[in-house]
Design a protein around this ligand. Structure first.
Ligand code: PLP
Length: 430
């Protein structure tokens, strides 16, 4: 391999990369992107990579989508950003109106922010204050699942189950009721029993519907989630669905909650909301939650929370156009076809490889669980081998995640699987 290029050296000299050990950053052959074209990224040396992780799950329809580029340019000629605190913006209203028709939330109201973690943080605080506003005492606990990941701010970190080297922050985490994650066949029964016995002290139950993505694509059955949702409703506990990863077509429907018949009280959106173009997230509150915050002007019922860039107009313009493209391009039909193809190719060509112990998939979110010999780690080297073959993959520990654009083609699915097979073979051969 070549020595680090000058761009890598310049990068390492001034940029601090998230979830990355910077002392070894340069020697791990990072891809330095210069531009994108459809489903491909092009680095500073002109090498092309198929973006098979959708830029960490945010991209939905590829890069430089003409319709989205145009929407962004048109909004630039109006205004880039104005505050949502006490005032409004036309394109944000239009976006909220368009989202209101499709989100699985009753009488939805949208509080915009910029990151998924902030959307979760807002949901936590809204759930807490909701009970205070209603005059109900003692509702200050949250129930979250094992393996959960909800973001990296302190509040969202508290909901998360830990791992990824974040355990040292345990002292900062507030305690939550933790019941097993989707890898435990008894997760539903345990969760429901816990909700039953703690209902009077629970502000909310927080779940990632259908897929615990960051945990390595652990999947749950829609019927189990339906049962959980019904239990929350019957026991009077708020349900927060974190669809930051699963929202916007990833699991085959626009929102995973739809497949489970869930109508959450609070819904968190992020990642794909702007097709991967600009930072935007939203906490969607059901009408009855929103209503508990209504009271006299300047009263303590107000939600005193809001981010500077919440409801960014450029992001809203892209998000609004993006939503229309789902219909115009028949995107969900493509997700159905390509996810079925990916499933059959993974089971036919990858599941059978020695060194692979499990495959998990929901829509166009897939995880290939590697099973290296004791003491070895393969995740990093398998993905590095794939990158050398022009397919950008990234592991979560020993799970290779495949999260292609929703508009991925049949040939591209073939190529991703072929490169994965060759990369696993290469690493296994040593
Ligand atoms: C990525 C993710 C988050 C955090 O979103 P950020 O934009 O990275 O802050 C929260 N929840 C889930 C389920 C996610 O996948």
């Amino acid at each position: 391999m070549n020595p680090p290029t000058s761009w890598v050296r310049r990068d390492a000299a001034v940029v601090w990369h998230g979830f990355t050990q910077m002392s070894s950053y340069e020697t791990n052959f990072p891809v330095i992107v210069e531009r994108g074209e459809g489903h491909e990224l092009i680095d500073v040396d002109g090498n092309r990579y198929l973006d098979a992780i959708s830029s960490l799950w945010v991209n939905t329809m590829g890069h430089r989508v003409p319709e989205l580029d145009a929407a962004l340019r048109e909004q630039l000629d109006r205004v880039a950003h104005t505050t949502m605190l006490g005032n409004g913006n036309r394109v944000v209203i239009e976006l909220a109106e368009a989202l209101a028709v499709v989100v699985p939330v009753d009488q939805p109201h949208f509080l915009f922010a910029a990151d998924g973690a902030a959307a979760v943080e807002q949901a936590l605080k809204i759930a807490f204050q909701h009970w205070v506003n209603l005059g109900v005492k003692g509702r200050r606990q949250y129930l979250a699942l094992g393996n959960a990941y909800h973001g990296d701010t302190v509040g969202s970190l508290a909901l998360g189950a830990g791992g990824f080297g974040t355990d040292l922050f345990d002292a900062l985490r507030f305690p939550v009721l933790r019941t097993p994650g989707y890898d435990d066949p008894g997760w539903l029964e345990t969760a429901i029993r816990s909700i039953e016995s703690h209902a009077h002290e629970l502000a909310a139950v927080v779940i990632e519907p259908l897929v615990q993505g960051a945990a390595g694509m652990l999947t749950a059955l829609p019927d189990d989630l339906r049962t959980l949702g019904r239990a929350c409703r019957d026991l009077g506990v708020l349900l927060i669905c974190d669809e930051v990863a699963t929202g916007f077509g990833r699991t085959g429907s626009l929102f995973a909650s739809e497949q489970c018949g869930l109508r959450p009280d609070l819904l968190c959106l992020g990642k794909g909301i702007t097709a991967g173009y600009l930072p935007m997230s939203a906490t969607v509150a059901a009408g009855h939650v929103f209503a508990s915050f209504l009271g006299p002007d300047l009263s303590e019922k107000t939600f005193y929370h809001g981010h500077s860039y919440g409801g960014n107009a450029l992001a809203a313009a892209v998000a609004l156009r993006h939503l229309a493209l789902f219909e115009e391009k028949g995107v969900l039909d493509n997700v159905a076809l390509r996810s079925a193809q990916l499933r059959s190719e993974l089971s036919g060509r990858v599941q059978t490889l020695s060194g692979v112990s499990a495959i998990r998939q929901c829509g166009l979110m897939a995880g290939v669980q590697l099973a290296p010999p004791t003491g070895a780690t393969w995740g990093r080297s398998v993905c590095a081998a794939a990158v050398r073959r022009g397919v950008l993959l990234r592991p979560l520990g020993e799970v290779v995640t495949i999260v292609p654009p929703l508009t991925v083609t049949s040939e591209e699915v073939d190529r991703i699987v072929a490169v994965l097979v060759a990369s696993i073979d290469e690493v296994r051969a040593g």
